[in-house]
Unconditional design. Structure first.
Length: 102
């Protein structure tokens, strides 16, 4: 974890059962509002622009409910191959908790 005066970032590389990799990075401000989320790895999402849309939608979230709702709204119209939406949600929430000590 890297700390600055106003921002904190955490990055993780996770192995998903079945051999896929999920790389996550979250940056929050001093009030624990998400400034940036990056999601990458060896998986597929269709439509492909949904990943960028999700990363953008997560900006501004400052609680777990917001993170869950934003992921759920994308998951309803997007197919992910290589991870489940539940795995992504729980992984992002775990990182958010670690950053914000909730």
């Amino acid at each position: 974890m890297r700390s600055g005066d106003a921002m904190k970032t955490i990055e993780r590389i996770l192995r998903i059962p079945g051999g896929k990799t999920l790389e996550l990075s979250i940056t929050v401000d001093k009030e624990c509002k998400i400034i940036r989320v990056t999601i990458s790895g060896d998986f597929f999402i269709y439509p492909s622009e949904a990943l960028e849309q999700l990363e953008s939608m997560l900006k501004g979230c400052n609680n777990i409910v917001c993170i869950e709702e934003r992921i759920r709204s994308i998951a309803e119209s997007t197919e992910a191959l290589g991870f489940t939406w539940g795995q992504l949600t729980s992984s992002l929430i775990e990182l958010y908790h670690e950053l914000c000590r909730l």
